[in-house]
Design a protein around this ligand. Structure first.
Ligand SMILES: *Cc1c(COP(=O)(O)O)cnc(C)c1O
Length: 398
């Protein structure tokens, strides 16, 4: 099928929940993907910070084949070696923790909220305005953007929102009912926004003083995305609970709640569960993905090329007055404009690059961690051309 036939037929059979780019992805290799009309793209979005190893990485393919021939799913009624191996690997990455395997970011956060209430025997959850934590009823309520939750009232109770980065507001909101504070280290969907180390350190202190859990939502920032294995390492944070998903499985759906040993005891048999969470296949692929990140020094690549990417983007900021800010860590970069960026995404796609626009005016760049300098260079050249076109148009329009 060609792009057009696929796109035309979607509304007949699919719920209309996504604003999609007008191409159908057919296949990929490394940082490149192709659509059904045969057009080639450099993928600087990686399926929302998921495809850390790019597309069709040999280690992922080998694991999919080998594990697929053994057993794909067996249910959590039985033990499985791959779960244990992945749990041990995660325990090495975040010491003194135990893990629960889920299937997605929303599920990981939903489970973390349940765990916090069960462990602390308290009820309230505080999250940040402009945050994003998922689409289940509890996580959409934790998400600090009313547009996502308003249509679905009544929402679960016990959720409060504070301004991200405002420590006094947080102090005034925490009380003896606060079970947990859940934060992204870098707000991804909200526009690649972070706070400083002193804010997060204060949050840790407030949590300790109030016997409140700190949950860091590393669904988007985890597994090398921000130039560290976890973004918590940027500020040397020790959360009680870390939730992960997106990048964990090199494209395979998987999520996890990683809680410190003591908090993990909050869940006892029957308290929480999932049919699919941590299948032998999902765990095998996650192990392969994480080991490849470590073996191929992709965290270093994320840090170094992230710095390079930002440096090159900053040169463009000097050239175009509508670029307001360049920010982010590692290969999670935001380019804030004072104009919307949807048409820039269109122009980039037509020139062979997949990028994303979030929060209306922030270009979100989250390439696979295997991206090379040359690919960044041709993108910079292309986006420079696009920015020039736009500034020419705005001058003509004056
Ligand atoms: C994407 C995302 C989620 C939701 O993950 P899903 O797998 O889509 O459920 C939660 N938190 C953050 C920070 C995310 O970026």
């Amino acid at each position: 099928m060609k792009n057009e036939e696929i796109i035309e037929n979607y509304p007949k059979y699919m719920m209309n929940t996504y604003t999609r780019q007008p191409i159908a992805i057919s296949h990929g290799k490394g940082v490149k993907v192709w659509d059904n009309d045969g057009n080639e793209y450099i993928d600087l979005f990686a399926g929302i910070a998921v495809n850390n190893l790019g597309h069709a990485h040999p280690n992922i393919l080998k694991t999919l084949r080998e594990q697929g021939e053994k057993v794909v799913h067996c249910s959590n009624i039985y033990y499985n070696e791959n779960q244990l191996k992945l749990a041990k690997l995660l325990n090495e990455l975040i010491p003194n923790t135990k893990v629960f395997f889920a299937n997605s970011g929303a599920e990981a956060n939903e489970g973390a909220i349940k765990l916090a209430r069960k462990y602390t025997k308290k009820t309230e959850i505080i999250s940040a305005k402009n945050s994003f934590h998922g689409r289940t009823l509890a996580t959409v309520t934790a998400t600090g953007q009313p547009k996502y939750s308003e249509p679905f009232k009544p929402l679960p109770s016990g959720f409060k929102h504070v301004t991200f980065g405002d420590i006094d507001e947080l102090k005034n909101t925490v009380n003896d009912k606060t079970a947990a504070i859940i934060l992204e280290v870098v707000q991804g969907e909200g526009g690649i926004i972070t706070s400083d180390e002193s804010y997060f350190k204060e949050v840790e202190k407030i949590c300790k003083e109030n016997k409140t859990l700190l949950i860091l939502d590393e669904v988007q920032t985890g597994f090398g995305r921000c130039g560290k294995m976890f973004a918590s390492e940027l500020y040397n944070l020790k959360p009680d609970v870390t939730t992960v998903a997106k990048g964990i499985g090199g494209g395979f759906p998987m999520g996890a709640i990683i809680a410190n040993e003591k908090v993990a005891e909050g869940f006892q048999p029957g308290d929480h569960g999932t049919t699919f969470g941590g299948t032998p296949l999902a765990c095998a692929v996650a192990i392969a993905s994480i080991n490849t990140i470590l073996d191929e020094n992709l965290i270093e690549n994320s840090e170094n090329l992230g710095k390079y990417f930002k440096k090159e983007l900053l040169k463009l900021k000097d050239k175009y007055c509508f670029i307001k800010d360049i920010r982010g860590y590692g290969l999670m970069i935001g380019v804030e404009l004072d104009i919307t960026c949807f048409n820039i995404v269109d122009k980039a796609r037509k020139k062979g690059f997949l990028i994303n626009c979030t929060a209306k005016n922030v270009i979100r760049l989250t390439p696979p961690l295997i991206v090379k300098k040359e690919e960044i260079d041709i993108f910079i050249k292309t986006i420079d051309e696009i920015f020039l076109e736009i500034s020419d148009q705005s001058i003509e329009g004056d």
